[in-house]
Ligand binder design. Structure first.
Ligand code: PGA
Length: 242
């Protein structure tokens, strides 16, 4: 399975951030390796610019969210069709920050994932438990329920990202056994060929270890994706497709 190393820039990035992508490509000595998918999800304002500028470089670009409808009276929202038109190949949906900041339910996340599939793009559907839920021994139940509620009907071309909420931006990471347990569990709920990413404080120093865990088919990287010098070693830490 071809791993995906995806950078989630969140609400960071201005026109000058083109320089970070250039620096990343320079580290690849020309073009990103094609035995792994290298993806950057910048803020929506930058997708068209970056996708046009780096169309030959084997780096792909994606959105961080979309509306479930294709167009209409939804001030401030962006549709999957618009992201596709801007050159995106993927769209993150159901990130825990959207679930928390915007009250997105599993049903909303599913509708967004369906919208992404409708445009021919690939949704990266995020799930993950809070610290209290893990401490209460409910992590598998919570993630199981999120998958049941958030996955679209057709799961041919989806990516799932397991991101424990307590590991995002905190420097905390589950044990390798806990990651293996959760990814193995998610595998039982999806297809054999669905890529399951781990996200939450992935850094150059822990990426090799995390990416070697069974059923971890890539990473969703926040803070460490903002600088080429951090993101590059994470991209290279993935075992490329045979
Ligand atoms: P982090 O964020 O790598 O900064 O922990 C991951 C994410 O939220 O996707």
């Amino acid at each position: 399975m071809k791993p995906i190393i995806a950078g989630n820039w969140k609400m960071n990035g201005l026109a000058a951030s083109v320089a970070e992508v250039e620096a990343l490509i320079a580290k690849f000595a020309g073009s990103a390796p094609d035995d792994r998918d290298v993806l950057i999800c910048p803020p929506a304002t930058l997708v068209a610019n970056l996708a046009a500028k780096f169309s030959d470089e084997a780096i792909q670009f994606g959105g961080q969210d979309c509306h479930a409808n294709s167009s209409g009276a939804h001030t401030g929202d962006i549709s999957a069709e618009m992201l596709a038109d801007a050159g995106a190949g993927f769209v993150i949906v159901g990130h825990s920050e959207r679930r928390a900041d915007h009250g997105e339910s599993d049903a909303v996340v599913r509708a967004k994932a369906e919208a992404v599939l409708r445009t021919g793009l690939t949704p990266i559907i995020c799930v993950g438990e809070t610290e209290a839920e893990r401490k209460a021994g409910k992590a598998l139940d919570i993630v199981g329920a999120q998958l049941k509620g958030s996955l679209p009907e057709t799961v041919d071309n989806i990516v799932i990202a397991y991101e424990p909420v307590w590991a995002i931006g905190t420097g905390l990471v589950p044990t390798n056994d806990d990651i293996a347990e959760m990814h193995g569990f998610i595998r039982t709920k999806t297809r054999k060929d669905t890529r399951i990413l781990y996200g939450g404080s992935v850094k150059p120093g822990n990426a090799v270890e995390i990416l070697a865990i069974a059923d971890v088919n890539g990473a969703l990287v926040g803070g460490a994706s903002l600088k080429a010098e951090d993101f590059y070693p994470i991209v290279m830490a993935a075992q490329g497709e045979d």
